[in-house]
Design a protein around this ligand. Structure first.
Ligand SMILES: [Zn+2]
Length: 522
């Protein structure tokens, strides 16, 4: 494989909307003479082709259903598009209108599935670039990556809800290529024992899984240092040979005071690992440097971490990542900077030891998980109850899950028409339950990432306090609900600062029912 060839890695293909994305939107155009590419399109597409990525067009053409142009006219338009923009490997076209109830008209995910199949890949290995919310909704529902390139007709709420936004088509292509290159090591390494670190909660540990597997692919042995809240998730991760559990006072949300004796014991424990190197994974608001100092005191000779702060001699590999990158790719890019990549056969998706199960079948139930590790990301209980009632009225069997400390919540929510399983499942038990679920309905919290790791679709009631593109369910069919433009957006608040918690308190139970129908048609 040449250095410029980006096949395998993150993506196989880029799918492009036609009108408003590749060419200027001329409503119901049947005239090849009116085809006008957007600025820079040819050069941008050629860069994707040169990187070995396949290209397809995914386009709604309801003008066919309405008799506004003929199929022959449309073919003439597409021939002109290829004359101006170069060849596409597939054209996925929906000829229907809204009233036809087809499975292909965007925002339905059918065209994404069709294009992926025609290109010999899967939706999760595709990026869809489009100019309106329908494109992003179709991409997410198929498990593909979405990049929105807004035009003057794109609505502000569509821009707010998009997983990623680029100013024009060339910038969208830059972003796709930058992400794909970021997970490739310049100098691949093989080494002995690597100490990897990911503190914080279950979700944080799960989204770091691909990065840890990349390290494991180049290491003889991997020891994971995690915190108490991430322990159960750490035990589910493939590639981890040993776990050290230790609370870190510069990471914990409600930390104990720094205890010099405890820090000495931790340093001694880290020294016992006799690590050849360490890779310290963090979220962007966390500092790797305090631990890097302890690792130096423990004699670790090579340390890699992301740090915007000047690290002095604490780091050997100081990596930096732009904002908005999905957390699993952020971890993969640090692993790559340290010299580690996933092997070609290992998809860059979340994984746990038990899954995903390729023969997974929809067991005829939907799991609703109303709790959240952070209050600002939780939908109010009364709203959850209405959601459960609406799902039950739609004929769904609803299982309501939660931790031992969430029994009151699950009882209240399940009383509306579900089965209360509050307090009966640990994380591994929840994984077993999710494996048979049609989908999971959940906020932005650990179980969303567990579902993603199991290949189980997610209806995500996502509070916009943190970016969806960074923290949304990764590479799994998803429907995003909640007000993406609410005033709590990007505040990182742990308790909602806005009276009435408007981002989630207004979620329409009917929209949840529709989302479940999309993701779990059975
Ligand atoms: Zn259709």
């Amino acid at each position: 494989m040449s250095a410029t060839d980006l096949r395998r890695g993150l993506y196989d293909a880029v799918l492009l909307d036609r009108d408003g994305t590749l060419v200027e939107d001329v409503p119901y155009n049947g005239d090849p003479e009116k085809v006008r590419p957007v600025p820079g399109a040819r050069e941008a597409l050629d860069r994707l082709r040169a990187a070995g990525l396949r290209l397809a067009v995914v386009t709604n053409q309801s003008g066919l259903a309405r008799g506004l142009f003929t199929e022959a006219q449309m073919r003439a338009v597409h021939a002109r598009v290829e004359e101006l923009l170069g060849p596409f490997d597939h054209w996925a076209i929906c000829p229907h209108d809204d009233g036809d109830g087809c499975a292909c008209r965007k925002p339905a995910p059918g065209l994404v599935h069709e294009a992926a199949r025609a290109l010999g890949t899967t939706p999760s290995r595709c990026v869809l670039v489009g100019d309106i919310g329908r494109d992003m909704t179709a991409a997410l529902a198929a498990g593909a990556t979405g990049v929105l390139v807004p035009t003057p007709v794109t609505r502000p709420e569509e821009v707010a809800a998009a997983p990623a936004v680029a100013r024009d088509l060339p910038a969208a292509v830059d972003e796709v290529l930058r992400r794909a290159r970021a997970v490739r090591p310049v100098t691949p390494r093989r080494t002995g024992t690597v100490l990897v670190v990911r503190s914080d909660s279950a979700g944080d540990v799960l989204v770091t899984g691909p990065g840890i597997r990349a390290v494991a692919a180049g290491a003889a042995r991997v020891v994971l240092l995690c915190g108490p809240r991430g322990r159960a998730a750490a035990e589910l991760l493939p590639g981890v040979d040993e776990i050290i559990e230790w609370p870190l006072p510069w990471i914990d949300g409600s930390p104990a005071p720094v205890d010099p004796d405890d820090m000495r014991r931790l340093t001694d424990r880290l020294a016992e690992v006799r690590a050849d190197e360490a890779v310290v994974f963090t979220s962007f608001h966390q500092s790797a440097l305090p631990l890097a100092l302890l690792l130096r005191l423990a004699g670790v000779p090579r340390i890699s971490a992301i740090s915007d702060d000047y690290p002095g001699s604490l780091l050997d590999v100081r990596h930096r990542v732009p904002a908005g990158v999905p957390e699993p790719e952020r971890a993969l890019s640090l692993a790559a900077a340290a010299g580690f990549a996933l092997p070609d056969h290992d998809e860059p998706a979340l994984r746990v030891r038990t899954g995903p199960d390729p023969d997974r079948s929809d067991g005829g139930y939907v799991v609703v998980h109303p709790g959240a590790s952070v209050p600002a990301r939780a939908c109010p209980p009364e709203r959850w109850a209405r959601i459960v009632a609406a799902l039950a009225a739609d004929g769904r069997r609803v299982l309501v899950t939660g931790g031992p400390d969430e029994r009151e919540l699950t009882a209240q929510v399940a009383a509306a028409g579900g089965v209360d399983l509050g307090g009966t499942t640990d994380l591994a038990g929840l994984a077993r339950l999710l494996t048979g679920a049609g989908c999971l309905v959940v906020g932005n919290t650990g179980p969303a990432h567990l579902a993603a790791a199991l290949g189980v679709p997610v209806v995500s009631l996502f509070a916009p306090t943190v970016p969806f593109g960074q923290w949304g369910p990764y590479r799994v069919p998803t429907v995003r609900l909640g007000d993406a433009g609410a005033p709590c957006r990007d505040t990182r608040a742990t308790v909602c600062p806005i009276p009435g918690h408007p981002c989630l308190s207004g979620v329409d139970p009917g929209a949840v029912v529709a989302a479940v129908r999309t993701l779990a048609p059975g």
